[in-house]
Design a protein around this ligand. Structure first.
Ligand code: MG
Length: 225
């Protein structure tokens, strides 16, 4: 695979180098149910993807070189613009500089096997090109309501996921509070905030589109590797 160019996000004339990608698992009840679970987590479930796994919109997206069941997980994604440790819920939004949508691509068959064996999830979640990511839009609390933001995911034009951030188990404020208790959040940190129900398999040739009316529409087509 060709080495991709270094990515930078430009927001209000300020550029941000992606620093880390935090991902939140099990943040919507209906998604926990569809995967056969029945318990709400008592604190946010966190895993990470490498920054090198980001795929900008319209870039070539290859089917992974291992695994048999590639799932889309459409998610609302945040970009942190200001450093902070132990951030309060009241101050949480002031640390967000950008918002977009992304796909937490998951090799579900690999994940199921790892879960059964009590092993870490990296092989199922952190593979090459596992983080297709839309373009960030400057966050402005006047025009974007993070507590009531709808987003959708279509595959070949068929609606597969239709979520709203209002259904999160841990809303964005509490995610920032929790994450900043465990890590010092830094400019360039990216947070995938969890997926609503409707996840499902993808195959070579599929066109995936994620969309929100205020943020935009981003798409990728899966190519054979
Ligand atoms: Mg996810």
């Amino acid at each position: 695979m060709e080495k991709s160019k270094a990515l930078q996000f430009l927001i209000n004339n300020q550029s941000f180098d992606p620093f880390r990608i935090f991902c939140i698992g099990k943040n919507y009840d209906e998604h926990i149910k569809e995967l056969g679970g029945n318990q709400r987590p008592s604190e946010p479930v966190v895993f990470m993807k490498p920054v090198s796994s980001i795929v900008p919109p319209e870039d070539i997206l290859f089917y992974p070189c291992y695994g048999a069941e590639l799932h889309h997980e459409a998610e609302m994604v945040l970009l942190i613009g200001k450093e902070g440790k132990d951030i309060s819920e009241e101050n949480a939004y002031s640390h967000i500089v950008g918002v977009t949508l992304g796909l937490d691509l998951t090799l579900r068959d690999v994940q199921s096997k790892l879960k059964k064996s009590g092993l870490p999830w990296e092989l199922s979640k952190s593979f090459e090109q596992s983080a297709p990511l839309g373009h960030f839009k400057a966050y402005d609390s006047g025009s974007i309501d993070l507590e009531n933001l709808s987003f959708s995911c279509c595959v070949n034009g068929d609606l597969r996921q239709n979520g709203n951030t209002g259904d999160m188990i841990f809303p964005i404020k509490s995610l920032i509070k929790a994450l900043s208790g465990w890590w010092t959040l830094r400019p360039g940190d990216i947070i995938f905030t969890g997926t609503p129900s409707g996840v499902g398999p993808l195959k070579i040739g599929d066109k995936i589109e994620i969309q929100n009316s205020d943020i935009g529409s981003f798409s990728w087509e899966i190519t054979s590797s």
